[in-house]
Design a protein around this ligand. Structure first.
Ligand code: OSB
Ligand code: MG
Length: 352
């Protein structure tokens, strides 16, 4: 295809309810929608999911817009692309800025799937027809019990809860034991350190499916120690930014499971290499969320269709976070699952 145009639009919406973590309280979300057009009139979409400030990753909405407008888009304008894999190589001359790269790369992969008239999940080798849903409860301690009850009633069979060294263990134990058919993930977003290692161990008796990113992103030794000393599987999220990080997990036995976030990994190419490596080394995988809109979720759903993605990801219904999503129809959770679209590309119409 010949890339004829790349447009960026800003999407901003308040969340239905605040997303509260130890790192940040998110009440409003801004993302950049990427629309790539080819000279034959095909259109592909990506979504840049960096946050407004660098509280979760280094990149921001403003840094991504700058890099996309001034560096990445000029590399692509008028370019003839034979295969979507070329984009990763083309962008490799630009340092870092993976979230900016991912957004454009993902739009081009969508465009190629549309050119081949295939759903994106089929183009990348997906074999699943429906994706198990999963939701995140990021609320104050006083609200958690009610919110978990509400999401279980809505049919979610995987619930992720945010934890810190100060989490009320009795409360959490009570919640987990109340719903024996529900998988509970606990995400610390790096809130523990060497001093609070013993506090982390208290979470080992609860029956959690996994503990996500207990320590800081560079704390490979502490994660390896947690894997040795605890029976609950240790999962890495923020620590995983590229293939080399996954090699490190394997070599240093620093975790059992990783979270795939295509935005943080720089897009489809790098993510698919990581999926292959994890399959070879029996590292568990699931697809993480970024409080994003439907374009990013649709790419993530396609990723979750791949064999080897062993656990349910952060896949909630469009109306969990949003009054109106940017895709139509929105993502619908039915009986705890999301059906994959049979339409070409990401499989959803975009309202922009
Ligand atoms: O740590 O997984 C995380 C959202 C924003 C930033 C970091 C994280 C999250 C989530 C996923 O927990 C929320 C979702 O989109 O479902
Ligand atoms: Mg996480």
């Amino acid at each position: 295809v010949t890339i004829s145009e790349i447009g960026l639009s800003s999407i901003k919406q308040p969340l239905k309810q605040p997303f509260k973590t130890s790192l940040q309280r998110v009440e409003e979300r801004e993302v950049i929608l990427v629309k790539v057009q080819s000279s034959e009139g095909l259109v592909g979409y990506g979504e840049c999911v960096a946050f407004s400030t660098p509280w979760y990753t280094e990149e921001t909405v403003a840094s991504c817009r700058f890099v996309m407008e001034n560096v990445l888009i000029p590399l692509l304008k008028g370019k003839v692309v034979e295969r979507p894999e070329e984009i990763h190589h083309l962008f490799s001359r630009v340092k870092g800025n993976r979230m900016a790269k991912a957004a454009i790369e993902m739009a081009i992969w969508d465009l190629f799937a549309k050119k081949k008239d295939l759903p994106l999940w089929q183009m990348v080798g997906g074999t699943r027809e429906a994706i198990p849903a999963g939701v995140v409860v990021a609320a104050d301690e006083t609200e958690i019990s009610d919110q978990v009850e509400a999401v279980v009633e809505k049919g979610y069979s995987r619930v992720k809860i945010k934890i810190t060294p100060f989490t009320n263990i009795e409360l959490l134990t009570g919640i987990v034991s109340r719903y024996p058919d529900t998988l509970f993930f606990a995400d610390a977003n790096g809130a523990f350190d060497e001093q609070s290692f013993e506090q982390l161990k208290r979470f080992d008796q609860i029956g959690l499916t996994l503990i996500e990113q207990p320590f800081g992103e560079q704390e490979w030794h502490l994660h390896a120690r947690a894997k040795r000393e605890m029976k609950t599987p240790i999962c890495l999220d923020e620590s995983i930014t590229c293939l080399e990080d996954v090699e490190r997990v394997i070599n240093e036995q620093a975790g059992d499971i990783i979270v795939l976030k295509m935005a943080r990994l720089g897009g489809w190419s790098e993510t698919l290499r990581i999926v292959e490596l994890c399959r070879q080394h029996s590292i568990g995988m699931w697809v993480g969320g970024m409080i994003e809109f439907g374009v990013s979720k649709a790419h993530n759903l396609a990723l979750a269709a791949l064999p080897g993605i062993s656990l349910p990801g952060d896949f909630s219904d469009s109306d969990h976070f949003w009054r109106q999503d940017i895709i139509e129809p929105g993502i619908k959770v039915r009986n705890g699952k999301i059906a994959l679209s049979e339409k070409p590309g990401i499989g959803y119409a975009v309202r922009y």
